[in-house]
Structures are given as C-alpha cells and as structure tokens.
Write a protein that binds this ligand. Sequence first.
Ligand code: NAP
Length: 253
Amino acid sequence: MPGFVTDKVALVTGGGSGIGRATALTFAREGARVVVSDVVAEAGRETVRLIAEAGDEARFVAADVSRAAEVEALVAGCVEAYGRLDCAHNNAGIEGPGAQTVDYDEAAWERVIAINLTGVWLCMKYEIPAMLKHGGGAIVNTSSAAGLLGFRGGSAYVASKHGVLGLTKTAALEYAKAGLRVNAVCPGAIDTPMMGRITGHKPQRAERMAASEPVGRMGNPQEIAEAVVWLCSDAASFVTGHAMSVDGGLVVQ
Ligand code: NAP
C-alpha cells in the first residue's frame, strides 16, 4: 500500500533524538527516502540504523544548523544522494538555560537564537531553491507551545520559537504560488531527552509537567511525527502558513 510520502526525499534535522528521530522513522515508514541530520553523528547514525532495520532507506549527513556552510553542504548532500529534495522537517533545537529576562546570559541567548531561529532560516534558505528545482515541496518547522505563549524564565527559547512562526508564515506567503508549502508544528510537553533535561530527570517535576497538559499526560515524539509527515504529504495540499498545535490542549486552556 502506498504511504503518505511514497517516493519523496525527506530531510530531518535533529534526527538523532526525540521528535526528530520519530519523524525520520515515520517518513521512512510512509515511503520516503530520508536524510537524517544531527550535530551528534553517533545518534544520527543510530536513527539510520533503525530505519534500515525496518527495511527502509536512509543516510546520515552531519550538520550544525547554526553554521551556514554546513547547512548548505547538508542540502547539497541530500540532492547528491537522492537527486532531489521534497520534504524537510527543520527540527533541531535546544532549550537553553532557565533565567529571568534580566538575568539571561548573553552568550546563552545568542546560542539559543543561533540554533533555534537562525538554524531554521538557514535550512529554509538552502532547502527552498533545491525544492523549487523540482517543482516545489513541503517544509515543516518545529516551533512550540512556547511559540504561541510566554513562559517565565524562557525568554530566549520563547523568542526563538515565536520567531520560527514568523519565518514560517513569511516563507509560506513567498512561495505559495511556487508549489511550496511551509508550516510549523507547536508541540506541547513531549517526553524526549530534552524534556528529561528540563525536568532534571525528577519524577515529581515530570508529573507536574504532565499535569499542566489538559489531557493529563505528556505527548510522545510519535504523536508529533505523525502530524509532521501528514503536513509534508500531498494530503495537506491546501495547508500552508499554519502553526499546528500538537499539544494535548495546552494552549487553549
Ligand atoms: P532532543 O531530544 O534534545 O533532540 C534535539 C536534537 O537536535 C538532538 O539530537 C540535538 O543534539 C540536536 N541538535 C542540537 N543542536 C543542534 C545543532 N546546532 N544542529 C543540529 N542538531 C542539533 O529534543 P526534542 O525534545 O526532540 O526537541 C526537538 C525539537 O522540538 C526542538 O526544536 C524543541 O525545541 C522542540 N520542542 C520540544 C518539546 C518537548 O517538550 N520535548 C516541546 C516543544 C518543542 P544534542 O543532543 O547534542 O543537543
């Protein structure tokens, strides 16, 4: 049975962990050939191994999304490997430290913005021309519930994720007539290694995080992956510029 993205070529950044790994596996399950990218080669290669184990096709290309030359080489690597690029999940991100706005460390601020916001822009900068060469494509950027709401102590992260939505809407308008769709997902609290760091691996903190979700639990990475792959598929052909909350009802409370 054909999958949602049969015969497409998909790129996933931050594909070695959490949401990115789940999306890479789901793209492969739904018929795409996948380029898994991460700054951590070992983790990204493990995702490729898991995809191969399921009998699907993927390869790893290392890249730090905050470095333009590496992102340019990453997109060139996709085209070199598979001849085209159809779908991209620009997902790599970091949480940064927690601190009040006035106490936020300047270097930490710059790192969060460089990876979470500039990284998404750099990915689109190189992905869009590659996609347009073959008539278009679909991009999904990972924002967050923190792209829609403020969270105390998270100024850089919140600003970066709001910025991702601004970039998403702008690119969606710019390329709407060119056959290229650009959307974002806004996950709520998702049980990933990042969440483990945020809760300090303390069960009580994780329970409080789960309790903040109207559904009474955290989401799992697969629940984000399903939304991303659907948004990238032709089933979502009239959806562009959308910020899709996948958050158990978090932002509508
Ligand atoms: P994760 O488990 O930490 O995975 C993120 C991956 O991105 C890691 O492999 C990480 O490598 C990689 N990465 C970090 N900096 C990078 C860089 N400069 N270039 C390329 N890759 C880099 O986190 P996750 O929870 O899956 O988060 C994925 C995305 O979802 C992030 O954008 C995050 O902000 C967003 N999000 C997460 C949640 C949540 O509750 N988990 C909620 C809303 C939004 P390292 O392990 O070396 O850092």
